[in-house]
Design a protein. Structure first.
Length: 242
């Protein structure tokens, strides 16, 4: 193995424990598309995006209900819980490639006009939605979780039907270090919302723990390292510093 890239120091340290040479192990983080790194919204742009693009308010706690590309979710179970706090909470609902959930969510919103809610199907603007959200409910997919951490959006893990094997390391990492909550029912979400909304400072403390895991990165470093491997293999001089 020439190089080993991990998203977290914890994963890097485990690789070292298994015998990987330290000089071959790198922590290179989020692995996001270039647009996500460039398209960072300032305070005024976040306000305009919320109001003009999503039709939401700037004075509400915004919960993003996320989903994988295939659209697996529990949106219709969780939306009624959020609607209980309609005077303080609003939602962004992403349905993925799930036309049935999208249609049901649109119907649910029509029946609850007092609850502020934006609904979308598959989106390529998740990086923007995270920037205007106060929390995201999502499965433990590493890419979404890495984006949420980069954009400082605390995670509530969707543990319905248990945590999938491929999600366990990610969920365990955030649960152990940041105490990120895991829910497996609507009642679980209600408990989290009650604590964050009713207990002074509870959300701020949760966000502080979550952000303590964050680090800045230069995405071009990973690209240079990967391209550099090719130049080294071909025994050609690198076009940039090692």
């Amino acid at each position: 193995m020439d190089l080993y890239f991990s998203r977290t120091p914890t994963a890097r340290d485990y690789a070292l424990k298994l015998g990987l040479e330290p000089e071959r192990a790198r922590v290179r983080g989020h692995l996001m598309r270039p647009r996500s790194h460039r398209d960072v919204l300032g305070a005024e742009k976040r306000r305009r995006y919320l109001v003009e693009k999503l039709g939401l308010r700037t004075d509400r706690f915004t919960v993003l209900l996320g989903t994988g590309g295939n659209g697996a979710n529990q949106h219709l179970e969780l939306l009624p819980v959020l609607a209980e706090y309609a005077d303080r909470v609003q939602a962004i609902v992403v349905c993925g490639h799930n036309a049935r959930t999208y249609a049901e969510a649109i119907h649910w919103r029509a029946q609850h006009p007092d609850f502020s809610c934006f609904i979308d199907g598959y989106t390529d603007e998740m990086h923007r939605l995270l920037q205007v959200s106060d929390a995201i409910v999502t499965r433990g997919g590493t890419t979404t979780c890495a984006k949420a951490l980069h954009f400082r959006c605390p995670i509530i893990f969707n543990g319905y039907g248990s945590v999938m094997p491929q999600e366990r390391l990610t969920v365990k990492f955030f649960e152990r270090v940041a105490a990120s909550p895991i829910i497996d029912s609507a009642a679980g979400l209600r408990a989290v919302m009650e604590e964050w909304i009713r207990t002074p400072g509870a959300y701020d403390r949760a966000r502080f723990r979550f952000e303590s895991l964050r680090y800045e990165e230069d995405p071009t470093v990973l690209i240079h390292e990967l391209v550099g491997l090719g130049f080294d293999a071909a025994r050609l001089p690198r076009p940039f510093p090692a």
